[in-house]
Write a protein that binds this ligand. Structure first.
Ligand code: DC
Length: 232
């Protein structure tokens, strides 16, 4: 059976990672959440006092990049890999609203992107990978056999993220989450380096009104079409 590369891009909280995890599990592929990598670098910047609401010491962060080691370790209980920053599991810390508020600024830095894109390309060398992010189909794997671009209204996405944060006991309001979603949409799609754009050959899926199961069925059919066409 041919192994393919699946690139999943889209705005924040469109359920990219849920879909990517489901697909990877079903196909026996590796799943990589590239947002977690940008979040881990942001956490590093916060821990070292390089970024706060008032300022961002980009230069010191860039100079420290070579001392940041990012790795994924598979957690068999959860069924997916967790993010490690310099050998410490940071899976919980990178999902807070504070990290979400700073991450787009860090993701604008070209040197940060270059480091992460290089590592991502390396992880996908053998194919059999599902990777989600913002620039996977355009920059990381422009030759991916299947590219999906996910969208949903900002309100739908904010409600989903709010429900998740609230369930975890995070003390946030829906308005705060909506503001964060809208700000990140803007920064992500307007930055100079690798802005969030839909690749010419990507298939767009608006999941505002699709259940997880319906969405999975739609994408699985797309995967099967690609595999069939490769085996012809
Ligand atoms: O998918 P996420 O919300 O966890 O991503 C966090 C941030 O990281 C997002 O606001 C933009 C950035 N990002 C990026 O610039 N490129 C990627 N491939 C993945 C994420």
């Amino acid at each position: 059976m041919d192994k393919i590369t699946i690139a999943i891009d889209g705005y924040s909280s469109t359920g990219k990672s849920t879909l990517a995890k489901q697909l990877a599990k079903h196909l026996g592929y590796i799943y990589v959440d590239t947002g977690a990598m940008y979040r881990a670098i942001t956490l590093f910047a916060m821990q070292n006092g390089y970024i706060s609401a008032e300022y961002f010491d980009k230069e010191t962060l860039v100079n420290s990049l070579s001392s940041i080691k990012l790795s994924f370790e598979f957690n068999s209980e959860l069924g997916y890999a967790e993010m490690y920053l310099n050998n410490v599991n940071v899976e919980k810390e990178i999902r807070t609203i504070e990290v979400s508020n700073f991450v787009s600024k860090v993701a604008e830095v070209s040197q940060v992107r270059a480091k992460l894109v290089e590592q991502q390309k390396e992880m996908g060398k053998e194919k059999a990978i599902v990777m989600d992010g913002r620039d996977i189909g355009t920059v990381v794997f422009p030759d991916a056999e299947l590219k999906i671009f996910m969208t949903a209204s900002a309100e739908t996405r904010a409600q989903r993220r709010f429900d998740e944060l609230e369930a975890k006991g995070d003390n946030v309001t829906y308005e705060e989450v909506l503001k964060n979603v809208q700000e990140r949409d803007y920064i992500d799609s307007h930055r100079a380096d690798s802005p969030l754009v839909i690749a010419d050959d990507a298939i767009e899926i608006d999941n505002s009104y699709l259940t997880r199961e319906e969405q999975f069925a739609v994408v699985l059919e797309l995967v099967e079409d690609v595999l069939t066409s490769l085996n012809k």
